[in-house]
Design a protein around this ligand. Structure first.
Ligand code: NAP
Length: 512
């Protein structure tokens, strides 16, 4: 098909959030211009485009939560808000000349590996194309999760998810039910509490909340960061270093986290004077087991007279009445779900069909697993950014994304060195070895031992999301592709392409 031929690219990147844009910059820096970024929406930004709820901000300091190759001396605050982060990503898109590569309104409907042609066939909402390599940068926070609540369909009021905020809907004077107490909900609660008539918070599990050391970044600091870039770099290094030092408490010695629990408990007690409310807000698991939340305004908002706390999940909806799992009944005009995302069951996995004719979701039915967070067995030349076990509890995901971009860059270099039409397919035993190591280390972490249920764990209770080490270690382990962990695929003369060379063969060819 001539049309198909014209639409072949070397690399197709899915998504234009931090991961997808980072990949695009990296490809260009690598001298690769034959690539597209497929984006389902009509602007860039990923989760920072979709999450525009009141109070939305990042709880990682901006000088760390940004690309090392695109520093921003102008960050307005320690913890910048969503509009600034989204604007930053728009600027990155322009400064690095990425727009010509981006195809908006091109949701990927299906990807299929063609083992004869050694390329991916991609069907999008905006036509088809083929690509040698696919980089999936859809992220873990892209598809909202709304629990299946009996009666919700017949609720006569307004319903929306935190990541799909309806700015047209006037909350003022309404009785609003907020479902969930995760990172999103605790930012929404203080932002909407002053305007709603009644706010009822459905808390299934109490979160640990620490003070948020937020402040405006002064004009002098900004000037210094612009004129003396070393000050900006030093600031980033310091923020990074502090977080690296904290890692061992999360991954090896959760007993050391007692002091942090004490600080969080005091933080709560300062704002909450009612002993019954204090008791209801006190978590019953080790701090860090779920993501630690940062807020100076959450507890004071809960102490306001127009706020009620229901200490159970939402179980049923009957007309305007919301029924908690503890039997409590509340009337509401609007329900806001802060119930998180499809993290361990990434929807893109259902749309990717690999070398065996099975989907990634089928291959991952017992849990996600990839080599070095990037390559799943049976899915040649398909790399995931923020793939399995690359998540962090206490630092910046941008560091992990950049480590994975190093891996992507080396992957493409290796393909070049191998020459001709080639693909790399992660060896199942290499994927197993990597995951055995990860799961072995996971046993000691606070996420597995802290006595909570969290989105780090999948339906089988396996932690397939978090990285049980420092970002520095992950960076070292993903600096280069080890060809011994891959099978090199080349087209067979005749029809079917199959695994014709081992990595040893490939190295011999390179040496020759
Ligand atoms: P989340 O952390 O997954 O929290 C979901 C919440 O919904 C939990 O409190 C959960 O309770 C609750 N829930 C689920 N079903 C419920 C039901 N039927 N009734 C009552 N509660 C229910 O989701 P999120 O807050 O959107 O955050 C997702 C991730 O986004 C975060 O962990 C973080 O990585 C990121 N995020 C980051 C920032 C930032 O500042 N950087 C801000 C927002 C979000 P249980 O705890 O009992 O499961």
């Amino acid at each position: 098909m001539a049309g198909r031929e014209e639409q072949h690219v070397r690399v197709a990147v899915i998504g234009s959030g931090f991961g997808g844009l980072g990949a695009a910059v990296r490809l260009r820096r690598q001298g690769i211009t034959d690539f597209v970024v497929l984006e389902r929406a009509d602007s860039v930004g990923g989760t920072w485009r979709d999450n525009s709820y009141p109070g939305c901000a990042c709880d990682v300091p901006s000088h760390l939560y940004s690309f090392s190759f695109a520093p921003n001396p102008e960050w307005p605050r320690n913890f910048s808000g969503q509009p600034h982060i989204r604007a930053y990503l728009e600027r990155v898109t322009d400064i690095f000349g990425l727009r010509p590569h981006i195809r908006f309104r091109s949701e990927v409907r299906h990807l299929r590996w063609n083992g004869d042609a050694l390329h991916w066939e991609i069907e999008t909402a905006n036509g088809g194309l083929t690509a040698d390599v696919v980089v999936s940068a859809t992220g873990p926070l892209s598809d909202p999760k709304v629990p299946d609540i009996p009666g919700l369909d017949s609720f006569p009021g307004k319903v929306f998810h935190s990541a799909r905020w309806d700015h047209e809907y006037e909350l003022r004077g309404k009785r609003v039910a907020m479902i969930g107490t995760g990172a999103s909900a605790i930012q929404i609660v203080p932002a909407i509490q002053p305007e709603v008539e009644r706010l009822t918070l459905f808390q299934r599990t109490a979160p640990w909340v620490l003070p948020r050391a937020d402040r405006r970044i002064s004009a002098v600091e900004k000037w210094l960061h612009t004129k003396v870039p070393a000050t900006r770099a030093a600031r980033r290094q310091l923020l990074w270093g502090i977080r690296e030092l904290q890692v061992s408490a999360f991954t090896k010695r959760p007993d050391q986290l007692g002091l942090i629990e004490f600080l969080a408990g005091n933080h709560m007690k300062k704002a909450i004077k009612d002993p019954a409310l204090r008791a209801a807000l006190t978590p019953d698991y080790r701090i860090g087991c779920k993501r630690i939340l940062l807020s100076n305004t959450y507890y004071p908002a809960l102490a306001r007279p127009n706020v009620d706390l229901v200490t159970s999940g939402l179980q049923e909806v009957r007309g305007n009445t919301l029924i908690g799992a503890d039997g409590s009944e509340v009337e509401a005009d609007a329900i806001v779900f802060g119930t998180g995302f499809h993290v361990t069951d990434m929807p893109i996995a259902q749309r990717v069909t690999g070398a065996k004719g099975t989907t990634l979701a089928e291959e991952w039915k017992d849990g996600m697993a990839s080599l070095r967070g990037a390559s799943a067995a049976g899915f040649p030349n398909f790399l995931t950014l923020i793939g399995p076990n690359t998540g962090l509890g206490n630092s910046s995901m941008i560091l992990m994304i950049e480590a994975q971009l190093n891996y992507l860059a080396d992957y493409l270099r290796q393909l070049d060195l191998l020459g001709g039409k080639t693909a790399l397919s992660a060896r199942p035993e290499a994927v197993e070895d990597w995951n055995r190591m990860v799961q072995e280390r996971m046993k000691r972490t606070v996420w597995n031992t802290g006595g909570c249920d969290s989105w780090y764990l999948d339906a089988n209770g396996r932690n397939t999301t978090a990285w049980p080490g420092t970002t520095g270690e992950f960076k070292r382990l993903t600096r280069q592709v080890d060809l011994a962990e891959y099978e090199v695929l080349r087209p067979k003369t005749g029809t079917a392409a199959g695994p014709v060379g081992t990595s040893a063969d490939a190295r011999a060819e390179v040496a020759a």
